[in-house]
Design a protein around this ligand. Structure first.
Ligand code: GLU
Length: 471
């Protein structure tokens, strides 16, 4: 039998990373079992649902590479189906209308609270003949027995039916409740495995009783462990967890976020870094743990650095085109090959895209504006002389390769009786305006003769104006 799983978000907010983890596990389960990954937008709450959130969810999944196999199902277009099923249940005396007034139910709720026992609907309307509008529809839950299931992650779980009450399946406005529509849709979409957060464990017995009442086959259930912050409380913004697309803006690569999210609950020996192909091969529910997972932003930084380093530079260049075109506008006249080389010499030392862009800006952006801060007069003078010599030395390098440049610059150092480091530092200052850069010679090669000479000349002029030429 082909496995069919679904991700079923409610579009009442941006896709949180916890939701993205649920989507990822479903997707990997489908991909690792040759099954289908489906999407269902649970937009029954007309007030809180917003198309902008649906758009955000779809965009987030696409960015992460979690492609779905059939058109998404929207619950808002299935209200007739839910009403039909509710009518069938009522006709079979498995559900009933209830016109209990909210005030009456609230009073019972308050009494329960005072007596420290959970609220249960007392079943007032179960056998009532005359029901006046407005009314809700409730399911009849057996008062005896237990409802049990084998969770594929947590093992045997059982609930006493007496602890469940006759819950509402349709509200007074005819809209379905989550536990009702989810069962009908999972059945209609042919879902074989329900993988979701463990905050839904308590809903599962209600749903199973409904499957049974409807004569539907009960799917398998697997409840994923909770995600906690490093202080062991439920994950929230406080822990630096953001909506999925914010991670894109912050400059994480989707592969890095996927790799980080997959380890929130799943493991494969000691391996920490996985390609997507590996994940598709290795993923299995047996390797999903029961223990809560901890969301550690430092680990994400670490993973991010590894993916920055290991992603081919041409791929990074296309990624920048796709998502950071505005920030990369300064490279519009830089030839592709040069840009990719610039990325290649930079990507090993950075963790996120903004750092990459900042470095590329040093290479290809506007010529640096030099700052005097901390530069002593005698150093400025020395720099002036060194750079003047460098200008002559590199100006005659025709191939402008890093090896040739290395040779010429070393010769300048020798001429001044200096080690390479101070000379390199002067050149670095001239071509970047700062003290840190990728490897000097490969950087000069990537910048090219024209840029390097122009910047060296700029620096000489600036140092000259500073007084470096005097004495
Ligand atoms: N819409 C529900 C949620 O966002 C879906 C839960 C489920 O997967 O059954 O939590």
């Amino acid at each position: 039998m082909q496995t069919r799983v679904r991700f079923a978000p409610s579009p009442t907010g941006f896709l949180h990373v916890g939701g993205a983890r649920t989507a990822l596990f479903n997707w990997l389960f489908a991909r690792s079992t040759g099954g289908k990954f489906l999407l269902r937008i649970e937009d029954t709450d007309r007030e809180r649902s917003d198309p902008k959130y649906t758009a955000d969810i779809l965009e987030s999944l696409s960015w992460l590479g979690l492609n779905w196999d059939e058109p998404p199902v929207y619950q808002s277009s299935r209200f007739d189906r839910y009403a039909t099923v509710a009518n069938e249940l009522m006709a079979a005396h498995l559900a009933y209308r209830c016109d209990c007034k909210p005030e009456v139910l609230d009073a019972i709720r308050q009494r329960c609270q005072k007596e420290k026992r959970p609220f249960r609907y007392p079943g007032t309307c179960r056998e009532k003949k005359e029901i006046a509008a407005p009314y809700v529809v409730r399911i009849k839950v057996p008062k005896e027995g237990a409802t049990a299931f084998k969770d594929l992650i947590r093992g045997d779980i059982s609930f006493q039916n007496k602890d469940l009450d006759d819950w509402v399946i349709l509200r007074t406005d005819g809209s379905p409740t989550y536990n009702f529509s989810v069962v009908i849709d999972d059945h209609d979409q042919g879902i074989t495995h329900v993988l979701r957060g463990d905050d839904h464990i308590n809903n599962t017995p209600k749903q199973i009783l409904l499957y049974q009442a409807l004569g539907f086959e009960v799917p398998n259930f697997a409840h994923l462990p909770m995600i906690l912050g490093t202080d062991r409380t439920k994950l929230s913004k406080r822990h630096g967890a953001a909506s999925t697309l914010e991670y894109r803006t912050m400059g994480y690569l989707p592969q890095a976020l996927v790799n980080f999210l997959v380890r929130l609950g799943w493991s494969y020996g000691d391996q920490e870094i996985f390609t997507v192909e590996e994940l598709k091969r290795f993923f299995s529910l047996e390797r999903v743990g029961k223990a809560n997972a901890v969301f550690n932003p430092e680990k994400l930084e670490w993973i991010s650095g590894i993916f920055m380093r290991d992603t081919p530079s041409a791929e990074l260049a296309s990624y920048l085109d796709q998502y950071f075109a505005v920030e990369m506008a300064f490279t519009k006249d830089v030839e592709r090959e040069r840009l990719e080389k610039g990325i290649a010499i930079t990507q090993g030392k950075i963790k996120k895209i903004p750092e990459l862009i900042a470095q590329l800006k040093c290479l290809f952006g506007e010529d640096p504006a030099y700052e005097q801060a901390g530069l002593k007069a005698e150093d400025a003078k020395k720099m002036f002389q060194v750079l003047t010599a460098v200008k002559d030395a590199v100006g005659s390098v025709s191939a402008f390769s890093k090896d040739d440049l290395d040779q010429r610059v070393r010769a300048v150092a020798a001429q001044f009786n200096e080690k390479l480091a101070p000379v390199a530092q002067a050149i670095r200052f001239a071509v970047t305006g700062g003290k840190v850069s990728p490897g000097l010679f490969e950087m000069l090669e990537v910048q090219g003769k024209q840029t390097v000479l122009r910047r060296v000349e700029n620096a000489i002029r600036w140092l000259g104006e500073l007084g470096g030429s005097k004495g």
